[in-house]
Design a protein around this ligand. Structure first.
Ligand code: PSU
Ligand code: MN
Length: 336
C-alpha cells in the first residue's frame, strides 16, 4: 500500500508541476515528505510534553532483537513519565516524527537501512529509502516539528586514530551548533577525543551542562571522563529553565545535557574500556572509515565483552529516557 502511495505521490507531484502551480506544489510536497504522527501533533497542539528519540541506535547501534525491545522500553518509560514519545526515522523516503509499532518493527529488522545524518536526508528522500536518523538527523526533524527535548544514548564527537587527529568530526556537533534543541545523552564514548569534542562544542556555541551534582563530563560507559562540563544543572526544573532560556533567546544553537551512567551499571562499563581500545585498533587495521566506524566499534565491543557493554548501553538509555521525560514535563509546566 505504501509503495502504491509513493507512486501516487510521484504522479500527483508531476501533475501539479505541469499545472504550473509551483508554490502549491512545493508546499504540498514538503508536508507529505514530513509526517508527524497524530499522537505527537495532538500532544504538541495541547502544549503537552514530547520527547524526540533517535533511530540509528535501532538500525546500527544494537543487534536485533535487543534494538526493538530497547526502543519499545524507552517509549514506555517516556509514556510512564507523562510525556509522548516521538521516535524519528526515515521510511520509504519520508521523514517520520513518531512511529507506529509496525514502523518501529520494520526499522529494527530491515537490513537495508541507511544511517541518516543531515547530509543523507536529501538522498534518502529522493530515492525513497529507509533509515535510522542519527543525532543530527533527529535534531533537524525534532526542530522542524517544534520538539525541544531529545533523548539519546551517546552523541558522536571528534574521532581519533591513536594519537593522530583525523578530520572525522561527527555532524552531531555542528548540528548542535545550528539547531536549538536540547540533547540528553550520557556524553561521548572514550573512543572519541573528549577534550577536542568539548572544545569543538564551545566553538559551535553549544551550552554544555552535566545533569546532577558534579560537573564531571561523562564518558558514556563511565560517569567520569577526566574532563568537566562548563556547567551543571542539579534537577529537571533547572534543566528546563536552561532550555527555556535557549528558546526565549531565539538562539540558533542547542544545548547538550550530559547524564552520567548510574553507578550500579558503571562497573560493567569499566570492563568495556579495554575492549574499546582493542576495537579501535581493529577498526583502523581493517581500514574501516567514516560512518561505519561507530557501528563497527559498538558491535565489536559488545562481542568482546560478551554482551556486557550492550547491557550497560541499554541501562544508560533507559536512565536518559527517565531524565529526559522529567525535563520535558518540567519544561511544558514552565511554558504554560
Ligand atoms: N554513539 C553511541 N551509540 C550510537 C551512536 C553514537 O554510543 O548509536 C550513533 C548516534 O546515532 C550518533 C551517531 O548520532 O552514532 C554518530 O555517528 P558518527 O560518529 O558517524 O557521526
Ligand atoms: Mn564520522
Amino acid at each position: 500500500l505504501e509503495r502504491a502511495g509513493s507512486t501516487m505521490l510521484g504522479r500527483v507531484s508531476t501533475f501539479l508541476q505541469r499545472c504550473s502551480l509551483p508554490a502549491f506544489h512545493r508546499c504540498w510536497l514538503h508536508d507529505s515528505l514530513f509526517q508527524v504522527h497524530p499522537s505527537v501533533s495532538e500532544a504538541l497542539a495541547e502544549n503537552k510534553p514530547v520527547v524526540a528519540l533517535e533511530s540509528t541506535i535501532i538500525t546500527h547501534g544494537m543487534p536485533y532483537p535487543q534494538n526493538l525491545s530497547t526502543a519499545q522500553e524507552v517509549e514506555a518509560i517516556v509514556r510512564a513519565h507523562g510525556a509522548t514519545p516521538a521516535t524519528v526515522g526515515v521510511l520509504r523516503g519520508r521523514v517520520h516524527v513518531g512511529l507506529s509499532q509496525e514502523q518501529l518493527h520494520f526499522l529494527s529488522c530491515s537490513r537495508a537501512s541507511l544511517k541518516v545524518s543531515r547530509r543523507d536526508v536529501p538522498y534518502a528522500v529522493s530515492k525513497g529509502l529507509s533509515g535510522g536518523t542519527t543525532v543530527s538527523g533527529t535534531m533537524m526533524a525534532a526542530h522542524r516539528a517544534s520538539i525541544p527535548v531529545f533523548v539519546t544514548g551517546g552523541i558522536g564527537g571528534v574521532h581519533r586514530a591513536g594519537k593522530t587527529v583525523t578530520m572525522d568530526v561527527s555532524a552531531d556537533l555542528t548540528e548542535l551548533g545550528r539547531t536549538p534543541v536540547a540533547v540528553v545523552s550520557a556524553g561521548v564514548k572514550s573512543i572519541l577525543d573528549i577534550g577536542r569534542t568539548l572544545e569543538f562544542l564551545e566553538t559551535q556555541g553549544v551550552c554544555v551542562a552535566t545533569f546532577g551534582k558534579s560537573r564531571d563530563f561523562p564518558a558514556f560507559f563511565s560517569p567520569q571522563s577526566g574532563f568537566t562540563s562548563p556547567y551543571n544543572v542539579t534537577d529537571a526544573e533547572e534543566a528546563a529553565e536552561l532550555i527555556e532560556a535557549m528558546l526565549a533567546l531565539g538562539l540558533q544553537s542547542g544545548v547538550l545535557l550530559a547524564v552520567p551512567i548510574p553507578e550500579e551499571h558503571a562497573a560493567a562499563g569499566q570492563l568495556t574500556q579495554e575492549a574499546i581500545r582493542a576495537a579501535v585498533a581493529e577498526a583502523s587495521e581493517k581500514g574501516i572509515r567514516g560512518r561505519d566506524v561507530t557501528p563497527f566499534i559498538l558491535q565489536r565491543v559488545s562481542e568482546l565483552t560478551q554482551g556486557q557493554s550492550l547491557q550497560a548501553n541499554m541501562a544508560l538509555i533507559r536512565n536518559n529516557a527517565r531524565v529526559g521525560s522529567q525535563i520535558a514535563c518540567a519544561l511544558s509546566e514552565l511554558r504554560r
